[in-house]
Structure formats: structure tokens, C-alpha cells
Write a protein that binds this ligand. Structure first.
Ligand code: PHE
Length: 343
């Protein structure tokens, strides 16, 4: 009988070891520990043993019982832990999974223009430069050839904070910042997008709007370079067939100064309502950097020349997307913004 018990014990141990889930463990427990178990069957046979044998057999059977109970209990903990882990793994939340109920916003047309213009000029080897929006009079005007009391200040009346500080009326002061940072050593090839401020307010002018400044300083830079740069820009932005023409203009910090027009992309130059019958649309101001500005900003004019241009961000957006009122850029009407989903 002892052998039988021994055999039962090792069978039970193997079974317990092999069990991998809660239900099978429950079966093993029934097989070896329930009332109808073989172990209990053996116990009922104790009657047939001599009193001595009965005592030692009884002890052994109790030892086996408690050992098996303990082993099953340990196994239960193990299996439960394993099943919990498996459940947790299955329930893992994948944060990277796209949420189909999420409404994706779209790029604001203002930023769409900035991104496109920057991409075009970065493709031509330009770097992005930044400057402060609260600017010193010295940078916004004086270093750009507009001394105090110069009549050109009227064109760009803006918001003064105190006698020397103002909200910049143009991105051109970034030209002076970049030039001064170079200590007279070229080349420079930058564009600088940002906000500017003026005392303006109608359908095509806002007290706050965006400009993108461009500046190139190097040896042997000429108007031809400016024209071809603007042509490349106009064609990338408004289509391969665009022509650029320059009309002479005036800016205090460029000489000569021009205003650049592109052939109308609506009618191809024949004349329509968009170009007011002229076939041309004005898109930016530009010119060769004035020698006096170069000097004030530390460059030797015998060695270096440069050109600069200033593009109105909303103006480009209004033309490109057919937007009728500049104020639509700022009112945050979702119905307006949503129309630029493609960008
Ligand atoms: N800063 C000028 C303006 O705001 C535009 C400009 C920039 C003209 C660079 C020439 C060169 O009107």
C-alpha cells in the first residue's frame, strides 16, 4: 500500500507541475484531494492494516495530503498570476492607434503660405532668420536709412511703446540684425517670416499682418540675380508660366527700388477682374540694398552688394486662394479655415 501511495504521490506531483490553467488545476485537485479521490480510497483501506502500520501510514498520508495541498495552492497562485498577466497583455491600450473619431485640423492659410514660401527659398539655399516684434526705432528705421523726421515714416505709421521702442512696421529690420551679426563678412542668404504692425484697417490692410523678408549679400550680386530669384519664386508659387516684371518704386533702404508684378495667373495676362484688366498682379517690394545701409551695417560697399525683397503673406494667400477680405485670416471662422484642408 505504501508503494501505491508513493506512486500516487509522484503522479500527483507531475500532474501539478504540468498544469497550466486554472480549470485543469481544479481537475487535479479533484483527482487527488476530493472525497472521492484515490487518496481517500486508500485511507478507507487503513482498516485492514495492523495498528502499527496504520499509525505510520496515517502519518504518511497526512503528510502527502498537506504537501499536495500546499503544492496545489502555490500552483494556483502561479496560474492566477499568469492568467492575469495574459489578460493585461490582451487589454493593452495602443496609444499609437489612430482614433477614427478624432477631427483633424487643417493648416491655416497664413501658415500654408509661410511654409510654401520658406520651402521654395530653402530649396534655393536660404536660411531662416528671426527678429523681435518689439523693435528699436534704430533698427526699424534708422539703420534702414530712415532718420527721425524722414517723410517715409508716414507710410509705415505704427504703434510706439515709448520713444525708442515700437511694434516693427516691417520685417526689414531683420536685415540689419543679420548684417550686423556678420561683422562685414558675407555671404548672407536669408529669409525671415514674421508679423508686422501698421496703423491700417480695411479689406486689404490689417493693423497686424505678415511679411517675409529676403536678403542676399555677396560679391557680384546684381539686379539680374534679383529678377531671376523672383521669377523662380513666382513660378514655384503661382505656376510655371508666370512672368515677372519690375516697375521702379521707392524704398529708403534699397536703390534702385522696384515693385515686382507677376503675370496674372487667372487670365494668363489677357486682363480680368483679378488683375483689374492689366494682366499683372503686384506681389512684392524689392531692390538692391542701399550702399548707405550696407555701410551702416558694417559691409564694405566696394566688395559687397546685395538685394532684398519683402513679400506680404496675406497678399500672396489672398491671390493664391481667391480670398476677398484680409480680415478672414484673423476671425478664426472654422468654415473659412476648413476650406484649406488640402494644404
Ligand atoms: N519693407 C518694405 C515694406 O514693408 C518691403 C521691402 C522689403 C522693400 C525689402 C524692399 C526690400 O513695404
Amino acid at each position: 500500500m505504501k508503494e501505491k501511495l508513493q506512486e500516487l504521490y509522484s503522479r500527483a506531483i507531475t500532474d501539478i507541475e504540468q498544469v497550466n490553467d486554472f480549470n485543469s488545476l481544479q481537475n487535479v485537485r479533484n483527482t487527488y484531494l476530493s472525497k472521492k479521490s484515490e487518496l481517500n480510497g486508500l485511507m478507507s483501506k487503513m482498516r485492514d492494516l495492523s495498528p502499527d502500520e496504520r499509525a505510520s501510514f496515517g502519518q504518511l498520508i497526512n503528510k502527502i495530503k498537506s504537501e499536495l495541498t500546499e503544492k496545489i495552492e502555490n500552483k494556483r497562485k502561479e496560474v492566477e498570476e499568469k492568467e492575469l498577466q495574459e489578460k493585461l497583455m490582451k487589454e493593452v491600450i495602443d496609444f499609437t492607434e489612430p482614433n477614427t473619431t478624432f477631427k483633424k485640423g487643417s493648416k491655416h492659410p497664413f501658415n500654408a503660405v509661410v511654409d510654401q514660401v520658406c520651402e521654395i527659398f530653402i530649396g534655393m539655399g536660404y536660411n531662416i532668420a528671426e527678429g523681435p516684434e518689439v523693435e528699436l526705432d534704430h533698427f526699424n528705421f534708422e539703420l534702414l536709412n530712415v532718420p527721425k523726421d524722414h517723410p517715409a515714416r508716414d507710410m509705415q505709421d505704427t504703434f510706439f511703446i515709448d520713444e525708442n521702442h515700437l511694434m516693427r512696421s516691417q520685417t526689414s529690420p531683420v536685415q540689419a540684425h543679420v548684417m550686423l551679426s556678420k561683422n562685414g563678412e558675407g555671404p548672407i542668404k536669408i529669409i525671415s517670416p514674421g508679423k508686422v504692425y501698421r496703423r491700417d484697417d480695411d479689406a486689404t490692410h490689417s493693423h497686424q499682418f505678415g511679411q517675409i523678408e529676403g536678403l542676399v549679400i555677396d560679391k557680384n550680386v546684381n539686379m539680374g540675380n534679383l529678377l531671376s530669384t523672383l521669377e523662380l519664386f513666382a513660378r514655384s508659387m503661382f505656376g510655371e508660366k508666370r512672368e515677372v516684371r519690375m516697375r521702379s518704386s521707392y524704398f529708403p533702404f534699397t536703390e534702385p527700388s522696384v515693385e515686382a508684378d507677376i503675370s496674372c495667373f487667372e487670365c494668363g495676362g489677357k486682363g480680368c477682374s483679378l488683375c483689374k484688366g492689366t494682366g499683372w498682379i503686384e506681389i512684392l517690394g524689392a531692390g538692391m540694398v542701399h550702399p548707405h545701409v550696407l555701410e551702416m551695417c558694417g559691409f564694405d560697399t566696394k566688395e559687397y552688394q546685395g538685394f532684398a525683397f519683402g513679400i506680404g503673406i496675406e497678399r500672396v494667400g489672398m491671390l493664391k486662394y481667391g480670398i476677398d477680405d484680409i480680415r478672414r485670416f484673423y476671425t478664426n471662422d472654422i468654415r473659412f479655415n476648413k476650406q484649406f484642408d488640402k494644404e
